[in-house]
Ligand binder design. Structure first.
Ligand SMILES: Cc1cc2nc3c(=O)[nH]c(=O)nc-3n(C[C@H](O)[C@H](O)[C@H](O)COP(=O)(O)OP(=O)(O)OC[C@H]3O[C@@H](n4cnc5c(N)ncnc54)[C@H](O)[C@@H]3O)c2cc1C
Length: 447
């Protein structure tokens, strides 16, 4: 390996010294060139770094925080997240979910149970660090505590057309044949690529340590509350002695979102327990025509606005897009000219659009319906067995929302019908079928 484990040059670097294919600039630059530099060590970045490193490339993973670092997140690991983990990775599960209590702004609570695990819960600092360690074991080199300020694909810092300069706070420059931007929802690399968004939401969360009797009451069960603001919902995710309690809603309603979280915590009887962490974070969904690359730079995960628009589930999107970005970055790193690099970047975009893009399209439609008719959704999921089964299948990963709509004519027809009503907006909210009155949270049904 031409670099030591802090990502600095070692004796073997010569084979990676930039060649002077650009005669004007080449002689002035003798910096080592990484095959792939990944910016951000969340699930997207760790996945990208792993994919490029197992392909035998020299990979540098840059992270501005020291690890493990906290990330505002419920830590729900659904089937597609589990399936996208690198081989041999052991999920550090804090709990296994077998029951879901659904409520409609605190009312009409009903618990659905399943003998088979629905999804798992992890703590992000632990999960993210394990993913990074997995990438390191595959050969990626990690540098923490370094913030990337920008990337440059032209100009004096760039020795030739096959190279990208990654500029760090403090002025140091790192060179790469390809760059993967995985720096989250406030992404600087996303700004460079020109990522366009059509949805931004604010998530607020509290980590609440609770005494054993409270923890036992929640073990194996999550709560999902369809919230008072359009498109909002709240959750309680148990992690042993701590409950992760959060809400998410469209950005721009900060005070109302905060009030929703406070009310939610109070009515669950959790207001007396002091949170160990209270935090907020934005989530962003790309618009359909948003770019996923620019030159030799790709974006993935939150940095690319890849997120399920309805549930705002993003870990599986980060893992899946990260892996693809790592694989295509390897090809870009081998591209000898701009045309070839462009071809590989377009292939990456195609792979994303054909998979995650389709899922996002269905998610957008679901969100549009949910925004207007949360009661309808609540009634369906708590009252109709096929709807609950669909929820369970999606959580476990045996299908996806998009897969369901593609393969089940009934699901497709129902979504089309709701879409049409939505578009016409002819049916006032009051005429939506009332959710049936259901027994209390504990009385649920078992699959
Ligand atoms: C309240 C809330 C709850 C959520 N709950 C869930 C859930 O239960 N399940 C789920 O699947 N998804 C959930 N999500 C979404 C999920 O958290 C994100 O989609 C996921 O973290 C995206 O991963 P990522 O690797 O793209 O970005 P991140 O996890 O944000 O990682 C980006 C990394 O880049 C680093 N970085 C940023 N800027 C720079 C820079 N300039 N230089 C170097 N490094 C930099 C950051 O420090 C960070 O480590 C939730 C989101 C929110 C807000």
């Amino acid at each position: 390996m031409p670099f030591d484990n802090r990502g600095h040059r070692s004796d073997q670097e010569q084979k990676h010294i930039v060649s002077s294919e650009n005669a004007d600039a080449g002689s002035e630059h003798d910096e080592p060139v990484w095959d792939v530099v990944v910016v951000g060590a969340g699930p997207a970045g760790a996945s990208a770094a792993y994919a490029a490193a197992v392909a035998g490339r020299q990979v540098l993973l840059l992270e501005k925080a020291e690890l493990p670092r906290y990330k505002t997140c419920g830590g729900g690991i659904i089937g597609p997240s589990r399936d996208a983990l690198p081989p041999g990775f052991e999920l550090p599960l804090r709990d296994r979910v077998h029951a879901v209590t659904f409520s409609l702004n605190g009312k009409l609570a009903r618990t659905r149970r399943s003998k088979r695990m629905l999804f798992g819960l992890i703590n992000r600092p632990e999960f993210d660090q394990s993913l990074v360690e997995h990438a390191q074991k595959a050969g990626a080199v990690l540098r923490t505590g370094v913030s990337v300020t920008r990337v440059e694909q032209h100009g004096p810092a760039v020795p030739d057309r096959r190279t990208v300069a990654v500029v760090l706070a403090g002025g140091e420059t790192v060179l790469a044949r390809a760059v993967v931007g995985a720096d989250g929802s406030a992404s600087r690399i996303g700004a460079h690529v020109g990522v366009k968004l059509d949805q931004v939401d604010l998530g607020l969360e509290s980590e609440i340590p609770v005494p054993p009797p409270v923890a036992e009451d929640w073990a194996g069960r999550v709560l999902i509350d369809w919230g008072p603001l359009p498109g909002s919902y709240g959750w309680v995710f148990p992690k042993g002695d701590t409950l992760t309690v959060g809400v998410i809603s469209a950005r721009g309603e900060g005070a109302a979102t905060k009030r929703y979280l406070e009310d939610f915590i109070a009515r669950l009887g959790l207001a007396g327990f002091e949170p160990s962490v209270s935090s907020g974070h934005l989530t962003r969904c790309r618009s359909d025509d948003s770019p996923l690359s620019r030159g030799r730079v790709l974006v993935c995960g939150d940095a690319a606005g890849l997120l399920e628009p309805w549930t705002r589930e993003g870990i599986s999107f980060a893992l899946r897009s990260g892996r693809l970005a790592g694989e295509w970055a390897v090809r870009i790193s081998e591209a000898h000219d701009a045309v070839d690099a462009r071809r590989q970047a377009l292939n990456y975009a195609f792979a994303i659009k054909a998979g995650l893009g389709v899922e996002m399209g269905v998610g957008r439609r679901m969100l549009a319906i949910f925004e207007r008719r949360p009661g309808l959704l609540h009634a369906a999921i708590t009252g109709l067995r096929p709807a609950w089964n669909a929820f369970a299948d999606i959580a476990r990963g045996s299908t996806s929302l998009a897969g369901l709509v593609r393969t089940h004519p009934l699901a497709r027809r129902a979504l089309d019908l709701l879409d049409r009503r939505q578009a016409g907006a002819a049916v006032p909210e009051e005429s939506a079928p009332e959710p049936e009155t259901v027994p209390g949270a504990g009385a649920g049904t078992r699959e």
